[in-house]
Design a protein around this ligand. Structure first.
Ligand code: 5GP
Ligand code: MN
Length: 338
């Protein structure tokens, strides 16, 4: 964050504010960790801050301190609208465009609050008074740490804040292995442990608390994996029927896409997940190296994200979507095999 923005934020926070903090729809570990971490910090400063999420979030994040106080815009709509209408500041975290919050978009566009954006996705939209955008960052949680540090608040990071921020950095970096992980990321992690983050417990809460249904669903997904060696590509499909047979719950398929990249030589991994209720196929893309899945998702699947991790959607059937995908790969053969 530049020094002008730091001054402007300090000015804004110099008197008590009503603050709403918003993650993207279908929030992940980084979205929930960063919004809760910031929320605890702002409340500690004496503001009245609340996280309002566009929809529910996965069970494996519900251990996070303060997660029980998150207002769900879909479920607690009138309370959410009241908070948004009354807000003097709205912080939007871990997304780059108001279209990423679904039905909440209109309410935020109608608000006259001062907006603060903190995000690490490509191509940030220009709607905020303060835009702290940095695509080189591992995670929005690392940026929230920087934000707190810039405001002189490093010493007031409590174990609650530290656990939230640790969780988001860990999940968005694939446990510190993605190329976005820098020495600075590790320094932030070290500082969070010094401030009380319980690293072993956070890993356990997120990675070792699976339902048996989820582990069996992973088995099903891996069984469905198709390897297209001539394109160094692997893809997985999960039909609605397969999800139903494993009592699918939100978040159960998180991380499945990464298994494609664990196969020797694979540089591009994709998962296609059928969602009959929304009438779409939700798609996640991951790559290793130069191939930009952000460009790929933007060009063909109304999506986006980062160079090595992006998402998108298709409105065709599962079969038609994978057929089209295989056709599309022909255009990318050089990029995928160079
Ligand atoms: P995931 O595959 O885990 O859902 O998302 C991977 C990354 O791409 C995340 O940073 C996520 O925010 C972003 N992303 C996922 N879906 C979309 C989408 O439909 N549009 C855009 N712009 N970004 C997405
Ligand atoms: Mn993120």
């Amino acid at each position: 964050m530049n020094s002008e923005d730091v001054k402007a934020v300090k000015r804004l926070l110099s008197e008590p504010q009503k603050i709403v903090i918003v993650p993207h729809k279908n929030p992940d570990g980084d979205a929930i960790g960063s919004t809760l971490g910031l929320c605890h910090y702002l409340n500690k400063l004496g503001h009245d801050a609340t996280v309002v999420s566009p929809n529910d979030f996965p069970q494996f994040l519900k251990w996070m301190p303060g997660s029980e106080l998150i207002v769900n815009f879909e479920k607690d709509n009138s309370l959410a609208l009241k908070l948004i209408t009354g807000a003097t500041i709205i912080c939007t975290l871990d997304f780059n465009h108001l279209s990423r919050i679904g039905q909440m978009q209109q309410s935020l566009e109608a608000s006259r609050a001062d907006f603060i954006m903190i995000d690490h996705h490509q191509a940030p939209a220009d709607y905020a008074l303060i835009t702290y955008s940095d695509v080189s960052m591992s995670s929005t949680c690392e940026m929230v740490y920087n934000f707190i540090e810039a405001l002189g608040g490093r010493g007031s990071i409590t174990p609650e804040i530290a656990n939230c921020l640790y969780a988001g950095i860990m999940t968005d970096t694939g446990s510190f292995k993605f190329s976005s992980t820098t020495s600075r990321t590790h320094r932030v992690i070290a500082a969070l442990i010094d401030q009380g983050a319980d690293n072993t417990q956070v890993h356990h809460n997120i990675y070792d608390s699976n339902s048996s249904d989820r582990v069996r669903l992973l088995g099903c997904a891996l069984g469905n994996m198709v390897l297209l060696k001539e394109y160094n590509t692997a893809y997985i499909t999960l039909s609605q029927e397969e999800l139903d047979a494993h009592n699918y719950k939100k978040g159960d398929t998180e991380g499945f896409v990464n298994y494609g990249l664990t196969v020797e030589g694979i540089k591009f991994a994709v998962i296609f997940i059928e969602n009959k209720e929304e009438g779409i196929i939700k798609i996640s893309f991951r790559s290793f190296g130069e191939f930009s899945v952000n460009d790929f998702a933007r060009a063909h699947y109304s999506g986006g994200g980062h160079i090595n991790a992006a998402g998108g959607r298709s409105e065709s059937s599962l079969e038609a979507t994978t057929e089209k995908f295989k056709e599309l790969l022909k255009q990318y053969k050089d990029q995928l095999t160079s």
